[in-house]
Ligand binder design. Structure first.
Ligand code: HEM
Length: 388
């Protein structure tokens, strides 16, 4: 157990720098914590059993009104059944394990192509030069939009998630409008070519009874895929490489033994979840651990703290690639991450290519974190191809 337990406040500099320092305080002393300083204030659930029970109870812990810290209207999959079931069903086929497995060769080739562009000596950035382009190019191909626009997607998806947690979300309005306009143009273009083999065309062809989807409905699903799948997977790759390079002996083992790669990824996702937490909205008063959370409250599901709950995990603050167990980093229940298989495939292809091509990779420094308080990844992670 972490002995330097800190109080939790989502935007305190020390919590932003190392969120794990406050998990023990929440888990042991405040299993239902009320964060009053945020606007709107919210409750925090951190214990594995409590987060799991809440995620399964979708009638009480509802996703209507948003999975972010602010209240937003239901949209696409950000809703409860039956709306959620309908929208998820439309895109599910493309994310089934067999469809994702069929992408393995292409994703592996892409990881190697990105490595081909890296400098053979000197410093480069794991986020900017490798971890970020890989998922954006993959999802652009699935959606049917040009991957040359990836810097625009990056900017807009960063703005979308930053707006969710920012004190003043209005400063991201211009980027959100630009993302909206871009997707609307792509939808109109696909309405002229509904026969195309990509996700936008699938949504354009989809029927809800006897009506097709409106541009706004399609745009909602597309922005969720773009925003939900990019920085998260980038962070999964970057966080994993960061922790391994911090431990050169573990990195060397991972280079020598590809059979441990799946365990490495799962431990990395447990230890450093790219999505630290998301929210639910209470449909009635709920009392847990003697605290009553009133109807209408926002409740934060702290996946990252649940992943360190000592009731479930032995020596939870230790990074141990031989560990087994089910982490919460992709959520649980009906909203379980649609892109989990894709994210795993991309991260494992990335690890395989890096260990094969740059076995002497070295960390230059810890870089810096990405801004939104409920996400966790490196905005910069300087590395070099060393130890030749
Ligand atoms: C390591 C990378 C990823 C992480 C850590 C992650 C995390 C999560 C989490 C925690 C949820 C649950 C949301 C909730 O309970 O409200 C979720 C849902 C979702 N994720 Fe991911 N995600 C990742 C990659 C992806 C990718 C690659 C895609 C698609 C391209 C994607 C698309 C989605 C979608 C559409 C949902 C909503 C599912 C629903 O509400 O039914 N994610 N993700």
């Amino acid at each position: 157990m972490n002995t330097t337990a800190r109080r939790y406040h989502p935007t305190a500099p020390e919590v932003l720098a190392d969120p794990s320092g406050s998990y023990a305080w929440l888990l042991e002393e405040h299993p239902v914590y009320f964060e009053e300083r945020f606007d709107p204030p919210f409750y925090v659930l951190s214990r594995y059993a409590d987060v799991g029970a809440a995620l399964r109870d979708i009638d009480v812990f509802s996703s209507e009104f948003g999975q972010g810290p602010r209240f937003t209207p239901p949209r696409g999959m950000l809703s409860n059944p039956p709306q959620h079931t309908f929208f998820r069903g439309l895109v599910q086929q493309a994310f089934k394990p067999a469809s994702i497995e069929a992408m393995r060769l292409r994703v592996t080739a892409l990881a190697h192509e990105l490595i081909d562009t890296l400098p053979s000596t000197g410093e480069w950035d794991m986020h900017e030069d490798f971890g970020f382009p890989l998922p954006v190019i993959v999802i652009s191909g699935m959606l049917g939009v040009p991957d040359e626009d990836r810097h625009l997607f990056k900017r807009w998806s960063d703005a979308s998630v930053e707006a969710m947690g920012a004190e003043d979300p209005t400063r991201f309005a211009a980027d959100l409008i630009a993302l909206n306009d871009y997707l609307m143009d792509a939808i109109r273009e696909h309405r002229k070519h509904p026969e195309r083999d990509n996700l936008i065309a699938t949504l354009v062809r989809a029927r809800d009874g006897d009506r097709g989807l409106s541009d706004e409905e399609i745009q909602g699903v597309l922005s969720q895929l773009l925003v939900g799948g990019n920085e998260t997977t980038t962070s999964a790759i970057t966080n994993m490489v960061w922790r391994l390079l911090e431990r050169p002996a573990v990195w060397d083992r991972v280079v020598r033994d590809p059979t441990c790669h799946e365990g490495v990824l799962e431990e990395s996702l447990r230890f450093d979840p790219p999505v630290l937490a998301l929210y639910r909205n209470l449909t009635c008063d709920v009392t847990m651990h003697g605290v009553t959370m009133p109807k209408g409250s926002k409740v934060m599901m702290y996946y990252a703290a649940a992943n360190r709950d000592p009731r479930v995990w032995n020596d939870p603050d230790r990074f141990d690639i031989d560990r087994t167990g089910r982490h919460m980093s992709f959520g649980l229940g009906v909203h379980f991450c649609l892109g989990a298989q894709l994210a795993r495939l991309e991260s494992l292809c990335a690890l395989d290519a890096l260990t094969k091509r740059i076995p002497k990779l070295e960390l230059v420094g810890p870089g810096e974190r990405i801004p939104p308080f409920f996400l966790w990844g490196r905005k910069r992670l300087p590395v070099r191809n060393g130890r030749m």
